[in-house]
Design a protein around this ligand. Sequence first.
Ligand SMILES: Cc1cc2nc3c(=O)[nH]c(=O)nc-3n(C[C@H](O)[C@H](O)[C@H](O)COP(=O)(O)OP(=O)(O)OC[C@H]3O[C@@H](n4cnc5c(N)ncnc54)[C@H](O)[C@@H]3O)c2cc1C
Length: 555
Amino acid sequence: MAKPVLLTVDDDREVLRAIERDLRRKYGSDYRVLRAGSGPEALEIVRELKIRNNSIALFLIDQRMPGMSGVDFLAQAIELFPDAKRVLLTAYADTDAAIAAINEAGINHYLLKPWDPPEENLYPVLDELLEDWEAAFPPQFEGIRVLGNRWSPVSHNIKDFLARNHVPYQWLDIETSDSEVRSLVQLLDEEDTRNLPIVILPNGVRLRQPSLADLAEHAGLRTRATEDFYDLAIVGGGPAGLAAAVYGASEGLRTVMIEREAPGGQAGMSSRIENYLGFPSGLTGADLARRAVVQARRFGVEIISAEATEVRVDGPYRFLKLANGAELSCHALLVATGVQWRKLDAPGVERLTGAGIYYGAAMTEAMSTKDEDVYIVGGANSAGQAAMYFSRYARRVVMLVRGSSLASSMSQYLINQLKATPNIQIEYNTSVVEAHGDNHLEAISIHCAETKETNTVPANSLFIMIGAAPNTDWLANIVERDERGFIYSGPHLTRDGKRPNGWKLDREPGLLETNVPGIFVVGDVRHGSVKRVASGVGEGSVAISFVHQYLSKVV
Ligand SMILES: Cc1cc2nc3c(=O)[nH]c(=O)nc-3n(C[C@H](O)[C@H](O)[C@H](O)COP(=O)(O)OP(=O)(O)OC[C@H]3O[C@@H](n4cnc5c(N)ncnc54)[C@H](O)[C@@H]3O)c2cc1C
């Protein structure tokens, strides 16, 4: 934790050095002692400390300074640090002015120069003030802070990215009435306010509307591989990719895993997975992802935050190009890129996505839905889990289900939970046909297929979970895919007893191998796979034995 600051200001350099020395000697181990030679210089320091979210415990300020008096400085400084203790240094001649200023700037004490010996004239006063300050002052948050507007899609993406990558951050909504946030907003320059959201790093660096790749770099996530070559490269860090990473690295393969958003994949977005073996009371997807990442790292897996955009095959080498321009090579490549949410095609939806409309459960938005109505589109397990999750925050959760029942699309345990939750309402035979709002979602039009009526209702939050599709176009010229983009593997590649085109080996493609030897596919992205956490984990683990078999022939 950054030490709280003691700031001393005096235009007399010798006096300034002397007081700094005395402060350091007694308080240096618990506080950071900073000094300034004038009021304006000190105000700059105060502003910078505020932006960095550091705390100031005490101002020790000379009263008589040219340009700006001690009291004038304090009047401005305490607007930013109202809890800091204030001590004014005065000469004999100033005592009347100082006493008068006690009311004006709320000065806690005035000290006469010279203060020697400090053990008698300085430390007892400061000890008492610092004790009071410590007792009353809560520790400051020291991580990344995101300052923006609740309805901004960029703000949402940044919060979601940080949360899912387990990077602690503090969200500051500029529309809030919180005085701390308001005073921080006032310190921003015009460029900042025109480019919200801004991300403020603990060292004071400000990133204006950063891209996720930029954010990853500054948040300490690894964005480039440390080696040029790996035994095994895995694209996708969902349950399938993570399981393959853990098994691969634990069995001695130099393993790299590339993930463009956050490890955990879709499972990481699940508010409660209740059917995963070994967790009888369920666990959140975020918890599962965090545990898996720790396990993978322990075995030496390198996790890169980047998007894979291209694959090239050259003899026994597979080359992978990343969106940030980097390239790496490997012997075995495992594709575990899962599926992404299908888009809802209705007027207004695309425009308001991120500003009240979200794909998936978007758990980072839960607190903002407090005491509001939340609408969820979808009738599968993911929608049911999201409804249960939001029912803890929202006044009412309305599920809009296209079919006339949930029985064929949702597990019975979830249906029972939904029915037993009083603030969840299920509307069958319904679909969203339009979204309305200028800067953010304000209303939705809902069509009922049974009554043929369309009603427009006020809504600030709409979460869409209407199935998912693979995103494999970047692999189109490399691996064989079905008409929906799922990748074929093993027996699916052998048609009428014939091996896939271009297959030159004297064996069939392995169970989880694609039509390119040494490129494997696991999890939801695989044609014919069972779309579940456990099956993804199973496939990821099993694939490693095929990788070993493959490597034993090429290496
Ligand atoms: C909300 C929700 C709740 C669910 N609840 C359950 C449940 O309770 N029980 C259950 O068994 N299943 C559940 N599922 C299904 C389960 O989560 C999935 O079956 C499982 O996550 C699939 O794992 P995967 O590793 O194959 O793919 P995914 O989890 O989809 O992970 C794929 C990863 O690849 C990354 N990626 C994609 N393309 C690239 C690229 N080009 N470069 C780099 N990275 C890329 C993605 O960012 C993603 O992180 C749920 C799904 C959702 C969405």
